[in-house]
Ligand binder design. Sequence first.
Ligand SMILES: Nc1ncnc2c1ncn2[C@@H]1O[C@H](COP(=O)(O)OP(=O)(O)OP(=O)(O)O)[C@@H](O)[C@H]1O
Ligand SMILES: [Mg+2]
Length: 243
Amino acid sequence: MADRYIISNAPRLAPASLLARSLAIYIARMPIIGFLAQKGGAGKTTLAVHLAVLAGDALLVDLDPQRSAAEWWESREAELPELAVGEARDLSKALAATRRPWVLIDTAPHAAEAARVVAELADMVVIPTRPGIMDLRAIRATVEIAIAAKKSAAIVLNACPAGRGAAEASVTAEARQALMAYGLPVAPVAVIQRAAFSHALNDGRAVTEFEPEGKAADELHRLWEWISAEARTPSSQRHQRSR
Ligand SMILES: Nc1ncnc2c1ncn2[C@@H]1O[C@H](COP(=O)(O)OP(=O)(O)OP(=O)(O)O)[C@@H](O)[C@H]1O
Ligand SMILES: [Mg+2]
């Protein structure tokens, strides 16, 4: 079993330590990706654990008191990702302690203050949403948190109906259209609603491990390729590209 940081009772860091940690992260250029959505059930945990597996040498941080990611990790046999559980106020401690080149942070719904802390510390905010109109409207608060933190952010459409052949389902295409109003990039890969996710998560795996040649695995590989490239792109270049 991999080592595990229990950071829920960690002491708060002094300002000087915070500065040192920020400097260390800057030097190491460790991409930190926070998965935020104030609405429950959007796919934060599903995406965070799957992309942590694809990142390979990664720290997965579970800040949600439901501990869904941690429970998935407990039922897992593989060493990686490493896991840290705790509260948002302890996040800097977990970040300072890890040497992993990737950090993926799963967060709780209905926790705006914690989401703000994650958005401040992350290099990139990923906002999952289902494609229904109520879901699309509900991410407004999360989009505002990402924009206020001046962080790179992207929306990922999740649990979408399957399209025909290479074409996306009309619901997904309409959702892309509606999401343009937020002015944030939307990942070109939409994650389809597939039973493989439940099967894989049930025994501590990712779909890329459960069914490596399956459609869900293919989508997740392509999604990670896009998100990891976005997270590695310096923010100055990102701004230029989006103009
Ligand atoms: N693409 C998908 N295909 C099939 N099932 C999915 C997919 N995405 C998510 N689910 C399922 O939907 C449910 C909610 O997903 P998940 O737990 O990832 O959302 P969440 O945003 O983390 O929710 P919460 O806010 O409650 O933490 C879970 O049962 C999950 O297995
Ligand atoms: Mg969750």
